[in-house]
Design a protein around this ligand. Structure first.
Ligand SMILES: [Zn+2]
Length: 129
């Protein structure tokens, strides 16, 4: 287990993105160049865990490595700071998954590597009723 692995895991667990020190725009996942003003002066910034669904789709065809999870919802979520995230919506009744629904980030097991058995964790969202 390398230090780098844990560092990445920690980033996902804490939902760390970037904040532009020039114009103040915030991004997630982290970026190296501000999409607002083009500045390369960015710093790590923990993102809010609450947001809302902007748009979503239900996927019936599983992605490689995600077979056990089909069908599932993939949504564009706007966090409270305006950053937009493409993520799965899990553990939520079908009727609750809709545009404008409030969601909360959670960290879940995302994928198991069949050969090494290594488990990858990632952020997902749950509809917050
Ligand atoms: Zn900027």
């Amino acid at each position: 287990m390398t230090i780098q692995y844990w560092r990445i895991r920690d980033r996902y667990y804490r939902l760390v993105g970037s904040k532009c020190t020039n114009c103040g725009d915030e991004f997630f996942p982290p970026v190296y160049r501000c999409r607002g003003c083009g500045s390369e002066h960015l710093k790590d910034k923990e993102m809010p865990k609450e947001g809302k669904i902007v748009t979503y789709t239900q996927l019936h065809e599983p992605l490689p490595g995600f077979e056990a999870q089909a069908p599932f919802y993939l949504a564009v979520i706007e966090l409270e700071n305006g950053a937009r995230v493409l993520s799965q919506v899990v553990d939520s009744p079908d009727e609750s998954v809709k545009s404008g629904a409030k969601v909360r980030a959670t960290v879940r097991r995302a994928k198991v590597d069949g050969e090494t058995g290594q488990i990858t964790y990632g952020y997902k969202f749950i509809v917050d009723n």
